[in-house]
Write a protein that binds this ligand. Structure first.
Ligand code: ATP
Length: 299
């Protein structure tokens, strides 16, 4: 028999513990995964910072996404391919994909468990000082610099897709919409998060790493308002679109936003995508002391 690839997880290795939440694609559960002697998996756990607090030798706590609906053969194949690509992405500021369980319904995707849940609930619950919000800002930039160095376009960067690990570090999640290896992606018909979209996405439906940079600025607005509402509160989608397309800054940085973040937001909201800073440039501004050579795009 052909050996199974190491990202292929049998359903019998997964135990579901409790439901964590629900998204458009299905439910998310806390679960545990039977460990194998898979060295690659162990290395991924160490690199991503996951699982280290779990001393259990035989089981690893994970998040399991149960995909709803019946999948066609073509959908399953695409799903497995996507997981294979995502599994190669390992960084402390992104949610690691451990593998997929496609052999039975429902399809499941097994992810690193973000121990402190989603950032939106966290900032609503705790009085996060501005320094901590700055930490989230830098963590998200680091995760995005990593993704863009791997030519991954996220396409749905928003506070709702920022989770928190055991050290309350940001982990970027939900690469369901990502597509790696292409410098731009054109999308025709799809449910889109209008309030996070750059003007050129509204006009032409083209996503690039620079549309992620625009969405990053919207996400910073969410972080520094402590996620009290969606962007453009009180406005209709049409009014929000008019602001996005208009000549002025689409939204004002929230009161109390540190000047360095205000300037980054303004630069990310440049209408011409080519003039927006890269995630690498943003990270350099936020963390000038950090060794950033690992994020240089490989060509
Ligand atoms: P979408 O509808 O686009 O799928 P979403 O972010 O609302 O977006 P999910 O990504 O499916 O939905 O996640 C739903 C909830 O499950 C999240 O808000 C979060 O609380 C929880 N969750 C998701 N992934 C993890 C994870 N890796 N670790 C811990 N909790 C998670």
């Amino acid at each position: 028999a052909v050996p199974r690839p190491d990202y292929y997880i049998p359903h019998s290795d997964i135990s579901l513990i409790c439901k964590l939440g629900e998204g458009a694609f299905g439910e998310v559960w806390k679960g545990s995964l039977k460990r194998t002697d898979d060295d690659k998996m162990k290395k991924m756990e160490e690199k991503s910072g996951a699982g280290l607090s779990e001393k259990s030798k035989s089981r690893l706590y994970v998040a399991v996404k149960k995909m709803k609906g019946n999948a066609t053969k073509a959908m399953t194949e695409e799903f497995v391919l996507e997981a294979k690509l995502m599994r190669q992405l390992v960084h402390p500021n992104i949610v690691t994909v451990y593998g997929v369980a496609p052999s039975e319904e429902p399809l499941m995707i097994v992810l690193e468990l973000a121990a402190n849940g989603c950032l939106k609930s966290y900032v609503a619950k705790y009085q996060c000082p501005v320094d901590q919000l700055l930490q989230f800002t830098a963590d998200a930039a680091r995760g995005m610099a990593y993704l863009s160095s791997k030519l991954v376009i996220h396409r749905d960067l928003a506070a709702r897709n920022l989770l928190l690990g055991s050290a309350v570090e940001v982990k970027i999640s939900d690469f369901g919409l990502s597509s790696s290896g292409k410098t731009e992606v054109k999308v025709k018909q799809m449910k889109v998060p209008i309030r996070w979209l750059a003007p050129e996405v509204l006009e032409e439906g083209v996503f690039t790493t620079k549309t992620d940079v625009w969405a990053y600025a919207v996400t910073l607005w969410e972080i520094f308002t402590r996620c009290q509402s969606d962007p453009y509160p009180g406005l209709t989608n049409q009014q929000a679109k008019d602001l996005i397309r208009g000549d002025a800054l689409p939204m004002s940085p929230p009161e109390g936003t540190p000047p360095i973040v205000v300037k980054i937001m303004e630069d990310c909201f440049t209408k011409n995508p080519d003039e927006r800073p890269s995630f690498m440039a943003i990270l350099k501004r936020l963390c000038p002391e950090e060794d950033l050579t690992a994020y240089e795009p490989k060509s």
